[in-house]
Each structure stands twice: as structure tokens, then as C-alpha cells.
Design a protein around this ligand. Structure first.
Ligand code: SAJ
Length: 418
């Protein structure tokens, strides 16, 4: 079948590619010229393990191409971002624009799938009214489903194949058609429901995780007050068969957990109390880190702070909603000298965010803040960087450092919540 995938970002590109390597002819659409050029050259503009090889193969075999404009197809997939507005509501402009953009290409028996994360009722109240303009009878001539993606950045390729999927059709015919097309590569179960339930399920999953991380962050603050090591306490609590406390950190970032719970708050502001509080607790963490680090540096004149890892989590290159960027912003607003290092960030962002190489970032520094848990940081030899620093302290927000190794090299290791 011919598939047109609108949006070639962290979800759209792997999904388009997966269809392309599984027997479909796929045209990916994006509004950015450089994305189109990069993909048509068989390369990728994002970092995701295993993706580059797959894209190259699919492009070389002629099954995947990228274009600025949609094309006629059997199946249309919308995988564009739904960012947060200033007022913490869902910005649906990209979803609306993408849906409008396929209108001229829609034909009888086409299937339109929305993968973008959207607030409850968006398929019914926003997407369908646009698709009605095709003059095709919805559910009989034009089939529509909301099939939210659930893959974890860093493991997208394997999770696309192995994760269960929720298929929310506007009617049963739509859901069955959508399930059939995903069967081309999904090896797990696919559960059929209506579009509005599917929207809610997706938001519930990310909200569940966000609320649990907020609990962990709150417990970290409480443990600190009581001089308890939260990491040890969590590990012990999780020995209980029905307990799974999540991990504290510098805050919650990414395009999903930091955003999606607000869509529920937006749709039910009077009821979504715990969800909103959790968002605020997680958003308070950058401040908390800065306050702690400043206490540790108390008495040191004109301190320099090194920051390792600015992405929203380890082993990705994604900076969206990264709490570490907020830590940097606070420190910069106080004119504190910074040395920033992140092996996953390359130009032009490397210059934009003032990054330097490892050695330069620690030169004359008083403390290192570990902001993201990149694997590379576990291999750093602290004995090599200690002599370059003025004070050898490290504040580990992710609990990834080998404390013994760093202490041996003369570092004072302080963990968040310890
Ligand atoms: N984090 C913590 N403590 C934890 C776990 C995570 O502080 O115990 C932080 C991370 O450092 C990061 C943020 O939370 O800043 C989110 O990271 P993540 O790895 O939990 O999730 P994402 O945003 O990369 O992907 C999530 C996943 N959702 C769930 O696990 C319920 C993924 O399956 C979704 O597909 C994705 O959101 C999405 O696109 O919605």
C-alpha cells in the first residue's frame, strides 16, 4: 500500500521507515527543507539507535522518500508535535495544518491515522470537522483512527515492533483498517477502542509516570531533610512486590511527560488536582538543584559550575523541555560562570548553548553537576579531570557515578536527595 506520513520527527520518521522496510511505498512529508534533503540523501536529522541504517536502506531501495508536499496515498499518518502554549494548553496548530494539508489528496477508501498526542475529544471535535471538508462520508468512505504512539526515545525501533498498541477508531471499520496496516510490523497485541478513549489512554500513561516521578522528587526532598539517602531508600522500598517508586532527578523533560498531563488539566481543570500539583513539583526541581549547589559552594567567591549533560534524559540528543536548560538559565541569570559539556549535542546547538569540550568545561571549575545520565559519563576518568578543577565536587542528579571511583580521585560526591 502507499503511505503518506506527515511529520518526520522523532515519531514520524521511525514509523514511516518501519512501514517502508515492511513492504509499503512511503512518502514522508515535513515542512523543513533540511529534513527533506537529509532523508532523501539516506541520512537522518535526529539521533536514534538503529534508525540511520534503516532509513538509508529504505531510501536506497526506493521505498522511502521525503517531500515538502503530501501525495495521494492509501493511508495517511499524522505524526506532528502538539506543543504546549504559554497558558499550558495544547497547541493544535500543527495537527490542524497537517490535516488540512492532506485534504486535496484524499480519496474514497483512504484511512487517516492520527498518531500525535491530543487532548480528549480532539479527534471528534477538531480533526473530523476538517476531514468532513473532503466530502467523503466519514467512517464509510473515509476511515479515521487515533493510534497514539507509545515508544520510548532511545529504544524506538524495538518498541515500535514489540509494544502493544491502542487503536481508537471513529467506528469499528476504521479501527479494523488501522489495525490491519500496523500488522505490517507490530508483533504485539493491538487493542481496539474508540478514538476518545485512545486519546485518554495515551495521556493517562504519561500522567501516571509524571505523577510517580513527582512523588519520587517529593520523597527526595523529604529524605534530604531527614538525612536519608533516597536512592538506597527507594531501592529498598522497591523490594516490596507491589511497590515501584520512580527515580528523582533534576526535573522532568521531554516532549511527553512535561506536556501531556497539562492536556488533562486543560480538559478538566476543576478535577485534575493531583496531576497539576505533580507537574508543579517536577517543575520545581531545577530551582531545588540550584539551591543545593549554591549551598554546597557557600563561601567560594566567583564560583565556576560545570554542567555535564543538558538533554532531557540520557543517551538522546533531544533538548525539548529539558530541566537542565532551566538550571542553566537560572545560573546564567545570576551571572555564574559555566562550563557546559554534552557529547550528544553537535552544531549548531553546540554553539547556541555555549558548549565546550570536556577538559575546557571543567577548567578552573568548583563543581560538576551531572544533568543527564549519558553512558559516556560513567567512563570519564575523574583522576584526569580533578587536577584541572579548582574545587573537586560533583553533584549527581541522576545517581550514575561510581562514588568510590570519584572519591578516590579526590571528589566530594553529593547525590540529589542525599
Ligand atoms: N524521569 C525521572 N525519573 C524516572 C523516570 C524518568 O526523572 O524515574 C525523567 C527523565 O529524566 C526525563 C523524563 O522523566 O526527563 C521523561 O523520560 P522517560 O524516559 O520517562 O519518558 P519519555 O518522555 O522519553 O517517553 C515517554 C514514555 N512514556 C511512558 O513511559 C509512560 C514513552 O513510552 C512514550 O511513548 C513517550 O513518553 C511519548 O512519546 O509520549
Amino acid at each position: 500500500e502507499k503511505i503518506c506520513c506527515v511529520g518526520l520527527g522523532y515519531i514520524g520518521l521511525p514509523t514511516a521507515t518501519m512501514f517502508a522496510v515492511n513492504g509499503h511505498e512511503v512518502v514522508g512529508v515535513d515542512v523543513q527543507d533540511h529534513v527533506i534533503d537529509t532523508i532523501n540523501d539516506g541520512d537522518i536529522h535526529i539521533e536514534e539507535p538503529g534508525l540511520k541504517e534503516m532509513v538509508r536502506g529504505a531510501v536506497m531501495e526506493g521505498n522511502l522518500s521525503a517531500s515538502l508536499e503530501p501525495v495521494e496515498a492509501d493511508v495517511f499518518i499524522i505524526a506532528v508535535p502538539t506543543p504546549l502554549t504559554e497558558n499550558k494548553t495544547a497547541n493544535l496548530e500543527y495537527v490542524k495544518d497537517a490535516t488540512e494539508s492532506i485534504l486535496p489528496y484524499l480519496k474514497k477508501d483512504n484511512l487517516v491515522i492520527i498518531e500525535s498526542t491530543i487532548a480528549p475529544r480532539t479527534t471528534e471535535d477538531v480533526v473530523l470537522p476538517i476531514l468532513e471538508k473532503s466530502n467523503l462520508e466519514l467512517g464509510e468512505e473515509l476511515f479515521v483512527a487515533h493510534c497514539p504512539e507509545r515508544v520510548l526515545p532511545g529504544q524506538i525501533i524495538q518498541e515500535l515492533v514489540n509494544n502493544n498498541r491502542i487503536i481508537g477508531g471513529i467506528n469499528e471499520k476504521s479501527a479494523l483498517k488501522a489495525r490491519r496496516i500496523y500488522k505490517s510490523f507490530v508483533q504485539a497485541n493491538m487493542y481496539i477502542t474508540d478514538a476518545t478513549t485512545a486519546e485518554m489512554v495515551k495521556l493517562m500513561e504519561n500522567t501516571y509516570r509524571d505523577v510517580n516521578i513527582a512523588l519520587a522528587n517529593e520523597l527526595a526532598k523529604i529524605s534530604e531533610e531527614n538525612k536519608i539517602d533516597i536512592w538506597e531508600a527507594i531501592a529498598l522500598a522497591n523490594k516490596h512486590p507491589r511497590v515501584n517508586v520512580h527515580l528523582p532527578g533534576p526535573g522532568v523533560g521531554g516532549h511527553c511527560l512535561a506536556v501531556d498531563p497539562w492536556f488533562i488539566v486543560e480538559s478538566s481543570p476543576d478535577k485534575a488536582k493531583m496531576i497539576e500539583l505533580s507537574r508543579n513539583i517536577n517543575d520545581s526541581m531545577p530551582e531545588f538543584v540550584v539551591r543545593n549547589v549554591k549551598e554546597i559552594l557557600f563561601g567560594i567567591g566567583d564560583p565556576k559550575i560545570s554542567i555535564f549533560g543538558i538533554t532531557y534524559k540520557g543517551n538522546v540528543d533531544d533538548l525539548r523541555e529539558s530541566p537542565v536548560l532551566e538550571i542553566i538559565e537560572i545560573l546564567e541569570s545570576e551571572n555564574i560562570d559555566l562550563g557546559i559539556y554534552d557529547p550528544h549535542i553537535s552544531e549548531p546547538q553546540k554553539s547556541e548553548y555555549g558548549l565546550s569540550e570536556l577538559e575546557e568545561s571543567v577548567s578552573g571549575s568548583d563543581i560538576i553537576i551531572i544533568g543527564a545520565d549519558h553512558n559516556e559519563f560513567e567512563d570519564i576518568d575523574p583522576a584526569k579531570i580533578a587536577p584541572k578543577m579548582r574545587n573537586t565536587k560533583v553533584y549527581d542528579t541522576k545517581n550514575i557515578l561510581d562514588k568510590e571511583k570519584w572519591e578516590k580521585a579526590g571528589f566530594k560526591v553529593i547525590k540529589i536527595g542525599d
